[in-house]
Design a protein around this ligand. Structure first.
Ligand code: MIC
Ligand code: SF4
Length: 649
């Protein structure tokens, strides 16, 4: 029987478990990537494992998130990461070299291999035919130490592309369409595999835009075939020898097949405050726009930048618009300078931001109060821009550029009426290349001292699972609570290496009093328990959304459903992830209720439901869990770090 691409790559990498849908499998990881905001914790944990050198084929440590450097904290973290990279055989990508996913695609991604990244948008690598998966930093640390990565053997959904995108309709509109079809919840355990005759009409960066934002659907990853266009892209990067063909067999089977005719698509936007709220740009109408931000790992490639440059050539920005451009990498900047695109962007009035995450994570360029902000990034969760009252819309570079000129939401197809022709951007046959912003480990010989400034603390340690949880519902939250709600990034992200301080901002965006409540409950000797609706933990891979709750004494999270990476992070840090057996029980719990969950160990061992006694209401109800035997052992050991130490003793 023929195989699809996912089955082929998994077959080459599976080391534990059976290739059966829904089963837990352990796979070998060829490459890893980390970024600085998740990386400090990942490397602190890696250090604690006591392994002398990384065991992967290639590991890269990128500095791209916390590059604002107000105060010493970010710079301390960078120096720490640089010293760790040198000591343990990791390539260090310096601040200024670009956003991890863009740079990794350019310089390191390899078709047919596995990549595990401490960032949820690692699936960008799927654009080049890699099985690229986002995970918490601790899982990435384990992979660097030579351990397997555990995942559910996926359900593979084929997205069959036919036709060709019409002028002014972009790859971003393809993934926004996918988000319209699949939404941001209910896709755990699936992988999107793209195929069909439309694939060959999309360049590698366009494919990468599509796989990047599959993360918003909550799928494990997304992947395109590796074909002649992939070969050309790698050749232009002077990496043709990294190319292999990766194709699905003609008779490959899929759990589901979805058709998208590229001809039929039109410019789309994700409206506030979820990437799943999709409308056409025409439907939205001519809303006045205050800010346009172009960049982020979704849309910051050479092709994106040249498209914007060609649209803006000879144009000036509208007086009402603040316009920010952050090219994705140093390579992108150097190539658009050489091909005269940069001048058009600057001349149009762009504020050029560093090649980094910047505006995307609310780390800079927060818009004004109540602003309408058009962004080419991938997430528009409440407060993520850094301005809680702002309304962020996610659009293509074409739609963003149109608003720069008109000052309002504009279907980019209407630019033709203004005499602006559709820019057909050709991919260069050869990029200008310069790897001098990487520090390769062989150049860091000798004994390297690890640098630890005052911002670097010890990784907090979970405690072994107790048989009884006796606690208070510290927070009852709704559906689709994202990790941006749980622990904000932006200006608070500099505390990533300082868990006690960072914990003060838990749930700040939805409930600024959470921290004080949790502190008081912990001080009273009770446990903290979080209750939430569907799709808890959407979004980022940040394990601080588990570490900080753990630090505050959260022992269980009880939800209607939970997203993959967040659930793994909770387990890694010893927090019990539970589900309502009967959803109506959610309605019968209130914040501040006192709950008791007893006989936990015996029930887990026997695979039986747990029972929650609601002492306040005088009720009792069953809750369930989806935990593999390995995950149960991790919880019993007190988190992954203790578990790894135990099994490698
Ligand atoms: C994000 O886009 O939310 C981030 C910031 O890149 C996160 C990682 C983090 O929180 O450090 C992600 O996507 O995993
Ligand atoms: Fe950086 Fe934004 Fe991409 Fe996250 S989504 S990696 S913050 S650019």
């Amino acid at each position: 029987m023929g195989k699809n691409i996912v089955e082929k790559i998994l077959a080459d990498h599976i080391k534990k478990g059976k290739p059966e849908r829904g089963a837990e499998i352990g796979i070998h990881i060829d490459q890893t990537l980390t970024q600085d905001a998740t990386g400090t914790m990942a490397y602190l944990q890696f250090e604690a494992m006591g392994i002398p050198r990384v065991k992967t084929e290639l590991s890269v440590s990128y500095i791209d998130h916390n590059t604002v450097q107000i105060g010493y904290e970010n710079a301390d973290d960078h120096k720490y990461l640089q010293s760790v990279a040198g000591k343990y055989g990791i390539i260090y990508s310096r601040a200024g070299n670009g956003i991890c996913h863009q740079v990794h695609l350019e310089r390191f991604g390899k078709p047919g291999e596995t990549l595990l990244g401490a960032d949820s948008h690692t699936p960008t690598g799927g654009g080049i035919g890699m099985l690229a998966i986002g995970a918490g930093g601790l899982d990435v640390a384990v992979a660097m130490a030579g351990g397997l990565f555990y995942m559910i053997y996926p359900r593979v959904i084929r997205i069959n592309l036919t036709g060709r995108l019409q002028p002014w309709v972009a790859a971003k509109d393809v993934i926004l369409k996918v988000l319209e079809l699949f939404s941001t919840k209910g896709n755990v355990g699936n992988i999107f595999e793209y195929g069909g005759p439309g694939v060959k009409t999309l360049s590698v960066p366009e494919r990468a835009t599509i796989t990047n934002m599959g993360a918003e659907c909550g799928v494990t990853t997304s992947i395109f075939p590796s074909d002649e266009l992939t070969r050309e892209f790698l050749k232009a990067q002077d990496r043709e020898s990294d190319w292999i063909e990766v194709m699905a067999d003609p008779d490959a089977k899929y759990a589901q097949v979805v058709e998208i005719n590229l001809n039929d698509l039109e410019p789309l936007a994700a409206t506030p405050h979820s990437p799943g709220n999709i409308r056409t740009v025409r439907e939205i109408g001519e809303i006045v726009v205050d800010q346009v931000c172009i960049g982020s790992c979704t849309n910051s490639s050479y092709k994106d930048m040249m498209t914007v440059a060609n649209i803006l050539k000879g144009q000036k920005l509208h007086p009402g618009v603040s316009f920010v451009v952050a090219p994705g990498s140093k390579q992108v900047i150097e190539n658009i300078i050489r091909d005269s695109g940069f001048a058009s962007i600057v001349s149009a009035g762009a504020r050029i931001a560093e090649s980094a995450c910047g505006f995307c994570i609310g780390n800079s360029h927060s818009p004004k109060t109540d602003a309408v902000s058009l962004r080419t990034s991938n997430r528009n969760f409440l407060g993520r821009t850094g301005t809680k009252s702002a309304n962020a819309y996610l659009v293509s570079p074409e739609t963003a550029a149109a608003a720069v000129i008109t000052g309002k939401f504009t279907d980019p197809r209407d630019l033709e009426k203004m005499g602006i022709a559709y820019p057909e951007v050709k991919m260069p046959a050869r990029f200008y290349l310069d790897d001098s912003m990487f520090i390769f480990p062989e150049k860091t010989e000798g004994k390297i001292e690890i640098y630890r400034g005052p911002n670097i603390g010890d990784p907090p340690q979970a405690e072994p699972l107790r048989d009884k949880i006796s606690g208070i519902v510290t927070l009852k939250a709704e559906d689709k609570i994202t990790t941006d709600h749980i622990i904000p990034a932006g200006s608070k992200m500099k505390y990533r290496s300082n868990v006690p301080k960072y914990s003060e901002y838990l749930f700040e965006v939805i409930d600024p009093t959470f921290y004080e409540r949790a502190k008081a409950i912990k001080a009273s000797g009770k446990d903290n328990i979080i209750v939430a609706g569907w799709s808890y933990g959407q979004g980022s891979s940040r394990e601080h959304a588990a570490i900080c709750p753990m630090y505050m004494g959260v022992k269980a999270v009880l939800t209607k459903s939970m997203e993959r990476i967040h659930k793994a992070n909770l387990i890694n840090f010893g927090i019990l992830p539970l589900h309502f057996k009967n959803e109506v029980e959610y309605d019968q719990i209130d914040q501040a209720d006192e709950l008791e969950i007893a006989d936990i160990k015996k029930s887990l061992e026997k695979g039986q439901d747990l029972f929650v006694k609601n002492i306040t209401k005088g009720t009792k109800f069953a809750v369930t869990y989806e935990l593999s035997p390995r995950e149960k052992e991790i919880l019993l050991a007190g988190g992954t770090l203790s578990y790894v130490k135990k099994i490698t003793k």
